[in-house]
Design a protein around this ligand. Structure first.
Ligand SMILES: NC(=O)c1ccc[n+]([C@@H]2O[C@H](COP(=O)([O-])OP(=O)(O)OC[C@H]3O[C@@H](n4cnc5c(N)ncnc54)[C@H](OP(=O)(O)O)[C@@H]3O)[C@@H](O)[C@H]2O)c1
Length: 313
């Protein structure tokens, strides 16, 4: 297969989402190149992960966004770049992608760049509240640099990662579904979109050289997984054969204690507010700039919310 398909560079391959992208890229038969940072040498688990990928056929390249020569050298070996780097409130790796944009422009041969987004569409989140807003702001700055440089792109809005949101019925900082009691945001009626991480990897890798996604935003919207929080709780109740006690949390209560929380928690609270109180995932995809995964790949067998939750029973 190598030699006939686009060569893909994945940056952030050892990350929470990045590892799924490697799996998808190898499964779809792309010649797969992984950028790993020299610092990874002190992390046994990540090194073992990288070696595991190498044994499955991936090529390992040492480098980092901040090292221009390493980026130029890596970019010369590939056709497509997928960045799955992440930042936090202290370390703005998302903005470091500007250096990657500059290197891509200099090399001039990259056919498609997928910057690290994979959440809510930053272009639609200009109204987001602080301190969660910086995530969207940084991603918009990267978009501006890509478009100014004339680099072919696809932006991927993956909505809510199942492992972060669905697994615990959206109980913040929990990753296992509750069995007795659940917090419901507002009246629990805002539409949310719950997507399995492996499916995010597959949709992304199917999109990287599809002409229908060129210079567009791709929204991952598995139709059966567009569900309100209440609908997800009901799915879980059916699976365990038990009704949970529900506490309905008003918007004022949800935002009320934010300033007493640690910074990372405040960011999570702000993002939950956008999704579950404002309903920011509930909108029509606007063509021609936006495309819906369900329209492009209607036959793709995504993991349904019910299938996903079954594993926790
Ligand atoms: N929709 C959702 O529910 C959801 C959930 C989670 C994340 N996301 C989004 O998905 C994206 C990835 O997040 P994640 O949680 O998968 O990230 P993560 O687990 O923190 O992994 C980030 C990866 O980026 C690499 N990296 C960081 N700085 C780098 C640099 N300067 N040069 C090269 N590599 C660098 C890290 O390398 P090392 O391994 O060397 O540290 C790591 O492999 C982000 O855009 C995030 O906002 C969305």
């Amino acid at each position: 297969m190598e030699g006939t398909k686009d060569r893909v560079l994945i940056i952030g391959a050892t990350g929470y989402l990045g590892r799924r992208f490697v799996k998808a890229s190898l499964a779809l038969g792309y010649p797969t190149y992984l950028l790993y940072r020299p610092e990874v040498a002190s992390d046994a688990e990540k090194v073992q992960m990288l070696i595991g990928f190498k044994m499955q056929g991936a090529h390992l390249l040492e480098g980092s966004l901040g090292n221009h020569e390493s980026m130029v050298s890596a970019l010369k070996q590939v056709d497509v770049v997928v960045s799955v780097v992440a930042g936090n409130h202290l370390r703005h790796a998302i903005l470091e992608q500007i250096k990657l944009v500059n290197a891509i422009k200099e090399v001039g041969t990259i056919k498609r760049f997928i910057p690290s987004e994979f959440g809510m569409d930053p272009g639609r989140m200009k109204h987001a509240i602080d301190p969660g807003a910086y995530v969207f702001k940084d991603k918009r700055i990267v978009r501006e640099a890509i478009e100014k440089a004339g680099i072919p792109y696809t932006y991927i809005s993956a909505n809510c990662c199942a492992g972060y949101f669905l697994s615990a019925l959206a109980q913040i900082l929990n990753f296992m579904p509750p069995r007795d009691h659940v917090l419901i945001y507002g009246d629990g009626s805002k539409k949310c979109i719950w997507v399995d991480e492996d499916d995010i990897g597959m949709y992304t890798m199917m999109a990287i050289n599809d002409p229908r996604t060129l210079n567009k935003s791709l929204y991952l919207r598995p139709r059966g997984n567009i569900l309100t929080q209440i609908e997800v709780v009901q799915l879980w109740e059916k699976l365990i054969g038990k009704e949970l006690k529900k506490t309905f949390v008003s918007e004022e209560e949800w935002l009320g204690n934010m300033d007493k929380m640690a910074a990372p928690m405040q960011i999570g609270v702000a993002h939950f507010y956008q999704i579950f109180y404002r309903g920011d995932l509930d909108f029509e995809v606007e063509s021609p700039d936006g495309v819906d995964s369900q329209d492009l790949w209607p036959d793709y067998k995504y993991v349904t919310a019910e299938e996903y939750l079954k594993r926790y029973v």
